[in-house]
Design a protein. Structure first.
Length: 466
């Protein structure tokens, strides 16, 4: 596995390593009861404080891959959050889902409910049940609440893809642009790959070579703009201001996250689960998409720097290129399991970093539109953290959001979710809760960073399912 794929996979899953890097206290000192086992083949972990406050937080983890199996079952996004919740009397539970690895959303929706049933039968019925999740686990948390109304009192989603079908379409758009403009004659299957690993290697090599030229970098920028990919990768650095720096960081997202993370090898797995290709670009006007992109100025800058290529000519080539159609049954599968309806049977609180290019913040705007159509907008609050990276939150931010959601559940009214009160509350937790991972660093370094809630309006999601 090449380094860029390793890095992206770690972006998606090794936020989780924080829990593995912090050793659990010795059993004799644990002020909680631990339950471990399997339900229908899915491993689970439950911790119940001896002075349980009656609240259960059911946590849904993000994507795991076989190259980095989880060392233990994760109960919160940050290990400091897990410790704080247990100290405050919250019970915690999580399943690793059957199959553990890959896009196991269908399994997760079954296994998490089975674990909740087990908890109620063996521990007790909670006074309130919160479902929380990060990345892939965010849409799992939403779907759990939507599919099981009355069983969950609140939902916290972190860095989520609420329209995962739309994300696969957006990924197809980007790869279609790269193949059409960089290697139109290459025998590379973007969907229904005959040899996924060979197609992945060929596409990765073509894009890596393109990075060496101004024209290649301009076309990578065009692909990124069609996905509204931001030019901010590094959590420990401020947002770049110079166009050249923004383009360089956007290119990291495009190549690491979409060429490798959503390329032919990953496509083969989702197609196996869905029974075919769920993605399409039939009827898509890429010129119109670029006109509506929040990153179009970056593209124009990149093409001006390139000199030898014309943006208008490249858009004409895209318009003339043969399109890709979806298999209807496969699209229906992904829509059923991985697209939130926005029905809000219980209050929902979302959080996203503003520089997330792995799960773009546009998804929160799309989800809010779903709620306006199908749910109750008063049950939704959206928050943002001004930081690069995917899921690069500190424990103070996660804890304050959980407290905010519980307050809404108890009182029926939202406390203030503006940046000032959230930052003040997070700062009040002290310096022990401020570590943020740098997911695109060699050793995934962590450093303390102040809470950074901010007012933010995300762009429109370019490829919504509905």
């Amino acid at each position: 596995m090449n380094r860029s794929l390793k890095t992206f996979v770690t972006v998606l899953v090794t936020l989780l390593l924080g829990s593995a890097l912090t050793a659990a206290p010795a059993a004799a000192k644990e002020p909680w009861r631990t339950h471990e086992g399997t339900i229908d083949g899915a491993r689970y972990l439950v911790k119940v404080p001896k002075r349980w406050n009656g609240t259960l937080v059911l946590y849904s983890h993000g994507l795991y891959v076989k190259e980095w199996p989880p060392e233990r079952i994760q109960l919160a996004t940050r290990p400091e959050t897990e410790a704080w919740l247990l100290d405050q009397g919250y019970a915690l539970a999580a399943s690793n889902y059957k199959g553990v690895f890959g896009y196991v959303i269908e399994e997760a929706l079954i296994d998490q409910v089975a674990l909740l049933d087990w908890f109620q039968a063996n521990v007790g019925k909670p006074r309130r049940t919160i479902t929380s999740g990060m990345s892939m686990g965010a849409v799992i948390s939403l779907k759990l609440a939507e599919d099981n109304p009355g069983r969950f009192d609140g939902v916290l989603t972190q860095c989520g893809e609420y329209d995962a079908n739309g994300t696969w379409n957006s990924a197809l758009d980007m790869l279609f642009v790269l193949k059409t403009l960089l290697a139109p004659d290459a025998d590379i299957d973007l969907v229904r790959p005959r040899d996924p690993e060979a197609a992945q290697a060929a596409l990765s090599a073509i894009v890596a070579e393109a990075q060496k030229t101004d024209s290649g970098r301009a076309r990578i920028a065009l692909a990124g703009a069609l996905g509204n990919i931001p030019g901010w990768v590094f959590a420990h650095q401020p947002e770049p201001s110079a166009p050249s720096d923004r383009l360089a960081q956007q290119a990291i997202w495009v190549t690491a996250a979409y060429v490798n993370g959503y390329g032919p090898a990953a496509r083969a797995e989702i197609e196996r689960r869905a029974g075919g290709n769920p993605s399409w670009n039939t009827g898509i006007d890429y010129r119109r998409m670029l006109d509506g992109s929040a990153r179009r100025d970056l593209v124009r800058h990149a093409y001006r720097q390139a000199g030898g290529v014309e943006l208008a000519a490249d858009l004409d080539r895209l318009a003339a290129a043969p399109r890709i159609s979806a298999d209807p049954a496969a699209e229906a599968y992904l829509r059923r399991h991985a697209v939130a309806a926005g029905t809000t049977p219980s209050p929902v609180l979302t959080v996203h970093t503003t520089g997330d290019g792995g799960a773009v913040s546009d998804q929160t705007r799309w989800y809010a539109d779903q709620v306006r159509r199908n749910g109750d907008p008063e049950r939704l609050r959206r928050t943002y953290v001004e930081r690069g990276g995917h899921c690069s939150f500190n424990a103070a931010e996660e804890i304050v959001l959980l407290r905010t959601l519980v307050s809404r559940v108890d009182s029926g009214r939202w406390p203030s979710t503006g940046p000032r009160p959230l930052n003040a509350a997070a700062n009040g937790l002290g310096p022990d809760y401020r570590l943020v991972p740098e997911l695109f660093s060699e050793n995934f370094d962590e450093k303390p960073m102040a809470p950074a809630f901010v007012r933010f309006t995300p762009p429109e999601f370019p490829r919504p399912t509905t």
